[in-house]
Design a protein around this ligand. Structure first.
Ligand code: DGL
Length: 245
């Protein structure tokens, strides 16, 4: 199977990392819209327009499936993307919610959803969790973590101050949904901020599990080939890929 992975920028490489670790696919084509990142503070119509333009890029390759690694795109553009493509387009929100359901949480345990402004405003995670009966959900727009990770800041005073800024007044969570591609890279730091280290839900791991079950996939013997493309600053993306992968 040849798959595409689309993200607003470099963050989706955290999903690629999980895809490579599980090795279920023959070929991975990654496209990061680095010219227009971040999508998180943008309006719904802009996010949908950019996402449909990304489909045009993937028309250059005969892919069997497209993963939208970006939570913001997954929150807004899946119906339009699926309507305009000949292959399935799968987002990360449903797999993330299913992964959370498979952990042993009580319905009144506090779940913290951390994501961009657009993802939080869409309420996609929140509504899916409410539908499953969860009653104690905290939704937080935590967009400042995105540029920190892009800058390679994975620890130190700036990260500590940002965590303090966002988390000092919230209830201790039992689980955190890392609802943004960048957050798994600082997942352990985020977890250690809280006293009773919460369970982390990571989009990359969740989507690998989801696809494995949905398409009955088996682990390949040969390593998958990975091609990386970007709409701007390819060298920058390649450097991040070298560091992260
Ligand atoms: N990829 C985005 C997401 O997962 C984060 C970066 C952005 O705002 O574009 O929501």
């Amino acid at each position: 199977m040849k798959i595409g992975v689309f993200d607003s920028g470099a963050g989706g490489l955290s999903v690629v990392k999980s895809l490579l670790a599980d090795n279920l696919f023959d070929e991975i084509i990654y496209y990061g819209d680095t010219a227009r990142v971040p999508y998180g503070p943008k309006d719904q119509n802009t996010i949908i327009r950019y996402s449909l333009e990304a489909l045009e890029f993937f028309n250059n390759f005969e892919i069997d499936l497209l993963i939208t690694a970006c939570n913001t795109v997954s929150a807004y553009a899946l119906p339009e993307m699926n309507a305009q493509s000949s292959y399935p387009v799968v987002g990360v929100i449903e797999p993330g919610v299913l992964a959370l359901e498979n952990s042993d949480l009580a319905k009144n345990d506090n779940i913290l959803i951390m994501a961009t402004r657009a993802t939080i405003t869409s309420r996609r995670y929140e509504l899916a969790l409410e539908k499953l009966g969860h009653t104690n959900i905290t939704s937080l727009q935590t967009g400042l973590f995105v540029p920190l990770v892009e800058e390679g800041i994975f620890e130190g005073k700036l990260l500590d101050a940002t965590m303090e800024h966002y988390f000092s007044a919230i209830e201790q969570p039992k689980a955190i949904i890392l609802g943004c591609t960048h957050f798994p890279l600082i997942g352990e730091k985020l977890k250690s901020y809280f006293k009773d280290e919460p369970i982390l839900i990571h989009s990359g791991e969740a989507i690998v599990e989801y696809l494995e079950r949905r398409y009955d996939l088996e682990v390949k013997e040969e390593e998958a080939s990975l091609k990386i493309f970007a709409s701007d600053n390819v060298a920058g993306l390649r450097k991040i890929a070298d560091d992260w992968l």
